[in-house]
Design a protein around this ligand. Sequence first.
Ligand code: BGC
Length: 381
Amino acid sequence: MAIVSIATALMLAACGGTGAGGGAATSASAGGSAAAGDTLVGVAMPTQTSERWIADGNAVKEGLEKAGYKVDLQYANDDIPTQTQQIDAMITAGAKLLIIAAIDGTALTSQLETAASKGIKVIAYDRLIRDSENVDFYVSFDNYKVGVAQATALLYGLGVTDRDGKATGTATKGQKIELFAGSLDDNNAHFFWNGAIDTLKPYITDGTLVVGSGQDTIEQAATLRWLQETAQKRMEDLLTSTYGGKGTGLKGVLSPYDGISRGIITALQGVGMGPSIKEGLPVVTGQDAEIASVKLIADGVQQSTIFKDTRKLAAQAVTAAQDFLSGKTPTPNNTTDYDNGKKVVPSFLLEVDTVYADTIQAMLIDSGYWTEDEVKSGVAK
Ligand code: BGC
């Protein structure tokens, strides 16, 4: 069974669809032995303000529909009560399985209890759902490695290491950086942070890097709901409090997500830095390969982003759903790292890649994630 599941996953991944802006995750009804028929699957996504969740939602929906299931796909506008109501409604409508990317990973305990009492399986999508026994499977990326990759990109940009994280030994000492984290109610934010901090630590300890503001805890660095405006405001405040209002001496900013990166860049350019890295803009990292940020990377403004192929994640979620709905148990590739406070949730984690200006073509365009035109315009078509 395990072999069948892995083979299905690989096939689905290989069949990855047409693009980030709504490509299909799967090309066929693979592997599902039970008749899907009228079976309803509820898919709860957090927000449409970030492209990745739109792409995720579309790809999961198309994959499930191709496998013959009915799908109720909902977005919750980043509002917790909206998401809980949507999940309640899916349960009432008779959904047999739920795929959930939570807004607040700790807010769904009672919905999941109801689901369990009705025998509804729950797959946590990308973000782990915490404080509940009733999470049956988790599909995500290796979130700790995302943080390592972000920090490595920053170190590379500052001349401290090469792209693989090997120390150059020629780095300037005392380079000032600032740190941003994601939303504290998102389990992933903590994994990204830990991966990044573990990677930066040795260079902070030996004085190569200095967190100028001294704000070096995740609580100080956090960005509620991952909001661009919130990050921009914090960066503006840091520029005023620590960098003489002009950014003097600031060399790099660790950013965990492209929306946050764009907020940071707006603040930096707002005090006259840059406008490009060549012209002195600090190195700013990112995540998700959002098209607006990919354009900024192509233009030499944002330094990097982490590419998480949402087509592959969607395919993985579809495979796990098909397994559950045909009475099987999906095969995890990690059974140790994702403790949600009640149990270690069996997980399937995908790998990520770092995108720099010179790898946009190979990673994003050649793979069909974005077209050349989209990268040029910075707008998803
Ligand atoms: C996801 C990231 C995303 C962030 C903000 C996280 O849970 O893993 O890919 O950048 O949420 O939407």
